[in-house]
Design a protein around this ligand. Structure first.
Ligand code: ARG
Length: 593
């Protein structure tokens, strides 16, 4: 049943070998170009997905042709003959709606999903594209501050950043992921001062992140009562900046141990970094160079010993780049750091995933780099996101990442226990509840546009009802179980021996197949918008379509083996794509629950 459809012209920017719906779109564009004075290339971008019940829709006015829309439509319709690609056309006001050939669409889509997913199983390729081939992007995300709390802002950066890393990889880019730790600054002088009084090697080894935070809180209390503490701390930090080994010794250990602990927690979240860097790692020489260049260009002014760049012209205030005592600051480190990365990595793009609370900061340092006339300054992108309210656990406010993970796992675990039969059937309830809990947190975070604020709600995000993470995992598990429940059908014969035309009688099957066909476009759109929400929406649409199919497209007990196989094939392909979309969102799809 190999593809033997009539050939189509190639259209720039399409890739039928990765996205077979492109072919159907080309076929539609061809029809229109034959009836109206337009080229296929002109029509193609106007072939949009249709509303429910229609596959594709073309809005005629967009072509700005002379004559009445009705007449134009008539010309297309008069010439129309159904063929192997396009089945029917209807006309409604300014729109032409098209339905593609059901059998061919289903066969082509399912075969493509299957072969691109399983031909090289180590790198499932369905949904990917090569638009970023040969290009390199640095994506900086998460970036918590050592010895301070890991707040929801960092969690959002982690979740969105992990998604973007996967997304750019799926689009063929070489991705280098950076975690830019807040591991420098006067607070380390504070901790060093406090550590002499409150530090404990044992506590540090047990849990560096918690212990350093404790020390920091305590020494801050001391500082409130005694102004000398701050002076002491500033002196200490100055020694660190001057490279005094004695002052740096402890700090090095703290950093190292915190990173190790974070790595474990990121692994739980299915998040990985290529480079752990941080504010401390920005070479002094890059910052000095930057300041020199700014000076030469006459961009720096002096204000009571401090140096600043005046950005009022762009409504970005005055940006201080060096403090009176000569120590560096957050902004200078970002400026120097970007120059260093540009030199070392020669990136084509660099993305910073940072909360919208830092919009001004990012705009300032992007502007400074632009004023310095670095050609790559235009390749810097700030991906921002809104605030989250109300994240606390049953024990109180959340300060650390491991508390968030633990709470998600334990709320989920409690919930699962309420159904005893089901609970007892789960092999490893601890890991399973943690994975589902994390999925719930991630889905809630990525369900709406990034810039929206939202309120953290454990019970809503961890419910099995509604568009939640647990619901998505459940949909995947159900698909994964279909093979186990119908062992006599496994393994399926190769797609060329499966007759998918037996599925044509089920509207649900058609809907699923078409949706699967749209996935490569979902990925492309996400790359344009940098929004995970489109992928989340797609996953739920697919999960809903599958759930409506269960009662109609039944595998178990289907007496006709040809039909049974085709149905099973449909569900296996649905599972492949659902899993792909979940993995893109950094979620690990579960096999059982
Ligand atoms: N560590 C910073 C914070 O917690 C976030 C770092 C953002 N990245 C950057 N290049 N400034 O606020």
């Amino acid at each position: 049943m190999a593809s033997s459809l009539p050939p189509l012209p190639a259209v720039e920017g399409t890739e039928p070998s990765r996205s077979v719906l492109d072919s159907f779109r080309i076929a539609i564009a061809k029809r229109i170009s034959e009836a109206l004075p337009l080229s296929i290339e002109q029509v193609y971008p106007g072939v949009d997905y249709g509303k429910k019940g229609e596959d594709f829709t073309v809005a005629l006015p967009r072509f700005r042709l002379p004559g009445k829309v009705d007449d134009l439509a008539k010309q297309v319709i008069e010439k129309f003959q159904p063929d192997e690609w396009v089945q029917s056309i209807t006309h409604d006001k300014a729109f032409l709606h098209f339905k593609v050939n059901t059998n061919n669409m289903m066969r082509e889509v399912l075969n493509q999903v299957h072969s691109l997913t399983h031909d090289t199983p180590s790198v499932p390729e369905y949904g990917t594209n090569a638009s970023g081939k040969g290009k390199k992007v640095i994506i900086e995300y998460s970036s918590p501050n050592i010895a301070k709390s890991f707040h929801v802002g960092h969690l959002r950066s982690t979740i969105i950043g992990a998604f973007l890393s996967n997304l750019y990889k799926a689009c063929g880019w070489e991705v280098v992921s950076f975690n830019y730790l807040g591991d420098w600054g006067t607070q380390f002088g504070m901790i060093a001062t406090g550590y002499e009084k409150y530090g404990s090697q044992e506590e540090l080894e047990k849990d560096a992140i918690h212990h350093l935070f404790d020390v920091y809180v305590k020494v801050n209390k001391d500082a409130e009562a005694d102004p000398n503490v701050k002076l002491e701390a500033a002196k200490w930090f100055k020694r660190m900046e001057d490279g005094d080994e004695e002052a740096l010794k402890n700090w090095r250990v703290w950093r190292e141990m915190s990173v190790r602990k974070y790595e474990e927690e990121y692994e739980r979240l299915n998040v990985k970094f290529d480079v752990y860097t941080g504010e401390s790692q920005v070479g002094k020489k890059w910052m000095d160079k930057a300041l020199e260049r700014l000076d030469e260009m006459g961009l720096i002014s002096d204000s009571e010993g401090a140096k600043l760049v005046d950005l009022e012209k762009w409504k970005l205030g005055k940006a201080v780049v060096r403090k009176k005592d000569g120590t560096s600051i957050y902004l200078t480190r970002d400026i120097g750091g970007a120059i260093e990365r540009a030199e070392k990595y020669k990136f084509d793009k660099m993305i910073y995933v940072v909360s919208s609370q830092q919009d001004l900061h990012l705009a300032q340092f992007f502007k400074v780099l632009e004023l310095m006339e670095f050609p790559w300054a235009k390749d810097l992108v700030h991906i921002n996101y809104g605030l989250v309210q109300g994240m606390s656990t049953r024990k109180g406010t959340v300060v650390f990442l491991d508390q968030i993970i633990k709470e998600a796992a334990s709320v989920m675990h409690d919930q699962m226990k309420t159904n005893e039969d089901k609970y007892n059937a789960i092999e490893d309830p601890v890991t399973t509840s943690r994975e589902i809990g994390i999925t719930g947190v991630k889905i809630q975070d990525m369900a709406a546009k990034r810039i929206n604020n939202y309120t953290f709600n454990w019970s809503r995000m961890l419910s099995f009802e509604g568009d939640t993470g647990p619901y998505l995992q459940y949909a995947h598990v159900r698909l994964a179980s279909i093979g186990r429940k119908n062992p006599e059908l496994i393994p399926l014969p190769p797609p060329s021996q499966i007759d998918t035309s037996t599925l044509a009688e089920y509207a649900q099957a058609r809907e699923i197949a078409f949706l699967l066909g749209t996935y490569p476009d979902v990925v492309k759109t996400a790359l344009k918008t940098h929004e995970p929400s489109g992928v989340v929406t797609f996953s739920f649409r697919l999960a809903h379509a599958i759930s409506s199919a269960w009662d109609a497209v039944i595998v178990k007990g289907e007496p006709d083996i040809e039909k049974a196989r085709a149905k099973m094939f449909l569900y296996e392909c649905a599972r492949d794509v659902l899993a792909a979309s979940m993995r893109l969102l950094s979620i690990r799809p579960l096999e059982r629950m």
